[in-house]
Design a protein around this ligand. Structure first.
Ligand code: NDP
Ligand code: OXD
Length: 321
């Protein structure tokens, strides 16, 4: 029997992420399954059983009448959830060590950058100013992680091993050894009050849109070693109210920010974030998806699905993540 085809629909991504690279990788791991790089001609949409996608255009996936599973080629599914015509089949997200480790690198790098006062030290070097500030121990710094899922839990564990005081906030209750866990609306205030560096690794959903706003920043601790709290957002740009972030950086409610994600990407050239002295900016590359790893992950999942009908890391559409 002919195997159902896998269709690849990829828009955007880094230069390491060309559609042709995905096609070559999927061809390698899919054996005799037909792999279609869309847009293409000369195929019947009915032969497509699986779709591997990144930001497909709304409505694109509705064109496959026999689709069985959609594989999102990243961890965040907010772009897909916005497609009202998304076929009602399981939607699988990425949760693999390769991406999780990359995000831990980003989080550790940026927590350390602020903790070790790197922006001040780099500026000192630029102006030849020999004026060290006291460097507190990691144990003096409280890092609060919003989102204790695949990425947040791993980053928390590594930060804890570096000596930081780490806490986390999630939707449902959690128990993680060695860290204070808060959850839901009831736990939010207590979580914020004891947080010096706020790391956001939440998914973008109806509940979390613009959750990073002035009201939240004003509730963060102001008694930490840096004198003012710091925001690190590697979740999604839609999580932050950007006018509030800028105003709070300007009036000192926030002492600094590391931002990897923005409401509009690529970030427009006239955005004040580019030149803000207290912002460390990266172009949505905190944790890239590696085609080598992810194509294997998708092929493994398809093989298992065809053997016993099971899938891992299926998105709960009612929650939006
Ligand atoms: P998970 O689904 O594993 O974890 C999500 C976490 O957020 C869970 O702990 C969940 O709580 C919590 N959460 C969701 N909604 C709420 C809410 N309303 N209130 C409180 N907590 C909430 O996701 P991942 O860790 O894999 O990824 C997180 C996000 O990181 C992705 O959705 C994506 O947007 C972003 N990302 C960014 C990348 C980048 O390069 N910048 C790369 C990869 C991902 P609970 O545990 O109770 O369900
Ligand atoms: C992802 C991302 O969700 O790259 O994986 O942002």
């Amino acid at each position: 029997m002919t195997k159902g085809a896998l269709a690849i629909l990829v828009h955007g991504g880094t230069e390491n992420w060309s559609p042709a690279r995905w096609k070559a990788r999927f061809d390698e791991v899919c054996g005799d399954r037909r792999v279609l790089l869309l847009p293409a001609s000369g195929f019947d949409p009915a032969e497509v059983h699986y779709a591997a996608v990144w930001k497909p255009k709304p409505g694109e996936l509705a064109g496959f009448p026999n689709l069985r599973v959609i594989f999102n080629l990243g961890a965040g599914v907010d772009a897909l959830m916005a497609d009202r015509s998304l076929p009602d089949v399981p939607l699988v997200r990425v949760a693999v060590a390769d991406l999780t480790d990359r995000m831990a690198e980003y989080v550790v790098l940026h927590v350390l950058m602020h903790h070790r006062q790197e922006p001040y030290l780099r500026e000192s070097q630029r102006v030849k100013r020999w004026a060290p500030k006291f460097q507190h121990a990691a144990s003096a710094m409280s890092v609060g992680i919003m989102g204790l899922g695949t990425l947040g839990t791993n980053a928390a564990d590594i930060l804890r091993r570096l000596g930081f005081r780490v806490s986390g906030w999630s939707r449902s209750p959690k128990r993680v050894e060695g860290m204070a866990c808060f959850h839901g609306a009831d736990g939010f205030d207590a979580f914020l009050h004891q947080t010096d560096i706020l790391v956001c690794l939440l998914p973008l959903t109806a509940d979390t849109r613009h959750i990073l706003n002035r009201d939240v920043f004003a509730r963060l601790s102001r008694s930490g070693p840096l004198g003012a709290p710091v925001l690190i957002n590697a979740g999604r740009g839609g999580l932050q109210n950007e006018a509030d972030v800028l105003a709070c950086l300007d009036d000192g409610t926030l002492g600094g920010a590391s931002l990897d994600v923005f409401e509009t990407e690529p970030l427009p050239a006239d955005s004040p974030f580019w030149t803000h002295p207290n912002v460390v900016l990266t172009p949505h590359n905190a944790a890239d998806t590696d085609p080598d790893e992810i194509s294997k992950y998708v092929a493994r999942q398809i093989a298992r699905f065809e053997a016993d009908g099971t899938l891992e890391n299926v998105v709960d559409r009612s929650r939006g993540y």
